[in-house]
Design a protein around this ligand. Structure first.
Ligand SMILES: C[C@H](O)[C@H](O)[C@@H](O)C(=O)CO
Ligand SMILES: [Mn+2]
Length: 427
């Protein structure tokens, strides 16, 4: 369709939608302003299948996570990854952030051990982020390393292994704080360790005790909250840690609350029928901040590309209903090597934004009022009606006003980029 005609149709559709939502007491213009203020952290690791740029490495190994597929054109270095991220960011409405792992340090081909990392190795990332006007988030990398091969890092019984990983986490906090200071936006530094065992351990307590001590040592230095937000992420099981994960939900819930740091809830890290949405209103009563890893579990895998499904909508509704916008951070977390990697980012980010928009358009006050006066039939009827309101027209208007392609038009940009850039990369 011709662009001018499309634009006119989107604007017409929006005017109708605006009036319909107004009848429910929802101001769509205000909602679109609010949505424009939401930042999603795009995970750099979707761009190269969690390989990283360490000298002599570049492949994901261990850690109980796996990127399957062999789609051509993955980024092979920082320059390519930034170019890919920039392309994805240009197709996602709004201003967002980028989430780095420590293994994406650029060492110029030199081997730098993980406990020796400094902010200097992230100067290219910082300069790029400054140019884009975006913030960065960070993660220490406790996998794809010989010292993680035995399955335990911060909770290892071996004091030498443990102190190596403690030093790694300490330098990562320092790097993250410096990123936050330089970019003028708090950097969320998320600790996830893969520690666990394939079969039944005789002593579950010992590793949890060690993990607790290691974390305390790591967090002993305090940083300005305006620069660094500490988070800890739990998991139910991984490949090779089917019987026991040291950093379980109960462990980190206890740890995070007692230390008043952010708790990270990954949508793919719980039992298959367990939704993290219901956890928000409970944790927000006690935790200062939550980091939400937006992901999609499918059977054994916790990291499929995010789509607009019931889980995601339920999560967005809870953020809205708890009015938790300033107490949560949203970060994508999936890795699919079987499809175009830029499409993966764009699909996941757009789906997340759609869910947030859908929730923001909810007349929550009306639902709550029916509930408070005990008319649960009206509450249910309203919930059903809301599902068929013209949400898509509001989404299209958002894309239009944010100068990104409307509908599937972004696929043409990805196809051109694949032809002109990705196809020319070697494997
Ligand atoms: C690569 C990330 O650190 C990782 O995805 C982590 O957040 C996780 O969810 C592990 O399963
Ligand atoms: Mn995660």
């Amino acid at each position: 369709m011709n662009h001018t005609i499309l634009e006119a149709k989107v604007r017409d559709g929006y005017q109708t939608a605006r009036e319909i939502y107004a009848a429910y007491g929802v101001d769509t213009d205000q909602v679109l302003d609010q949505l424009a203020g939401v930042q999603i952290s795009l995970h750099c690791w979707q761009g190269d299948d969690v390989g990283g740029f360490e000298a002599g490495a570049g492949e994901l190994s261990g850690g109980g996570i796996l990127a399957t597929g062999n789609y051509p054109g993955k980024a092979r270095n920082g320059e390519e990854l930034r170019q890919d991220l920039g392309t994805a960011l240009g197709l996602i409405p709004g201003k967002h952030r980028v989430n780095l792992h420590a293994s994406y340090a650029e060492t110029g081909g030199d081997f730098v051990e993980r406990d020796q990392l400094t902010i200097d190795l992230f100067q290219n990332w910082l300069a790029w982020a400054e140019g884009q006007g975006i913030g960065l988030d960070f993660n220490p990398t406790f996998f794809s390393h010989p010292k993680a091969a035995a399955g335990f890092t911060l909770s290892s019984r071996d004091p030498a292994i443990r102190s190596f990983w403690i030093r790694h986490a300490q330098c990562c906090r320092e790097i993250a704080a410096r990123m936050g200071a330089r970019l003028g936006s708090p950097c969320v530094n998320n600790i996830w360790v893969p520690d666990g065992s394939k079969d039944l351990p005789a002593d579950r307590l010992v590793h949890r005790q060690l993990l607790k001590e290691s974390l305390d040592e790591i967090l002993a230095v305090s940083y300005d909250r305006a620069q660094l937000v500490d988070a800890v992420e739990s998991k139910l099981f991984g490949i090779g840690s089917e019987s026991y994960v040291v950093g379980s939900h109960e462990f980190y819930m206890g740890y995070g609350l007692s230390r008043q740091i952010a708790i990270c809830l990954d949508m793919g890290h719980f039992h298959p029928t367990e939704s993290i949405a219901d956890k928000l209103s409970a944790l927000l009563l006690f935790a200062p901040h939550l980091l939400l890893h937006v992901s999609r579990g499918v059977r054994w895998d916790s990291d499929h590309v995010v789509i607009l499904n019931d889980d995601l909508i339920a999560l967005a509704h809870e953020i809205k209903r708890c009015d938790a916008w300033n107490r949560i951070s949203l970060a994508l977390d999936f890795f699919d090597a079987s499809i175009n990697r830029i499409s993966a980012w764009v699909i996941g980010a757009r789906a997340t934004l759609k869910a947030l928009l859908y929730a923001m358009l909810e007349p929550t006050d009306r639902l709550a009022a029916e509930e408070a006066r005990g008319n649960l039939g009206n509450r249910l009827a309203l919930l059903e009606e809301l599902k068929t309101l013209p949400f898509g027209a509001v989404w299209h208007q958002y894309c239009l006003t944010q100068n990104v392609p409307v509908g599937t038009a972004w696929l043409d940009h990805v196809a051109a980029y694949e032809r002109d850039v990705l196809a020319k990369r070697g494997r």
